[in-house]
Design a protein around this ligand. Sequence first.
Ligand SMILES: [Zn+2]
Length: 194
Amino acid sequence: MANLLTGREAITKLQEGNKRFTEDKRVHPHQGVDRRLEVMKGQTPFAAILGCSDSRVPLKIIFDQGIGDLFVVRVAGNVVDDIVLASIEYAAEHLNVPLIVVLGHQNCGAVQAAVQGGHAPGHIPALMDALQPALEEARTQAGDDLVEKAVRANVRLTADAIRNSSLLSQLTRDGRVEVVGAYYSLETGRVDFL
Ligand SMILES: [Zn+2]
């Protein structure tokens, strides 16, 4: 099943849903039994989104979407590794999503932890390591708020990593998919595409 939207149209659809969310006018689309049955045998989500696991950033709610609309990957700090990349490649290559969004957010705890540094237990150092390039880039930039700068640098670097991966760079060149960064404000609920 081919996806009928272009990347730009998919951004517009996300912006419209986010506007409904910020204005408290959500319509909760595609959440009934009819939709569940409609997509039972196949999905054609109109966007793939890599977002943070943070409980305050529920992607389908902030974009006012429902069943079968968004292909979602969530991992603390919205970083990319081979497994995350595989999920995104599946969405682009197999499900033909026209748009991939990397969504960072205000007051990201993962980024705050990376900024603070120090000892972290268990597997958490792997996440801190993944955020280091964003932190280093943020430290070279003017301005006081290192966490906010690092959140935005992380979105940019993650989007670049996705865009430059072998499969997705080919799909991007072919015009089949667009990769964009975005930022979510916990305070206003607004998503700004970067
Ligand atoms: Zn976060």
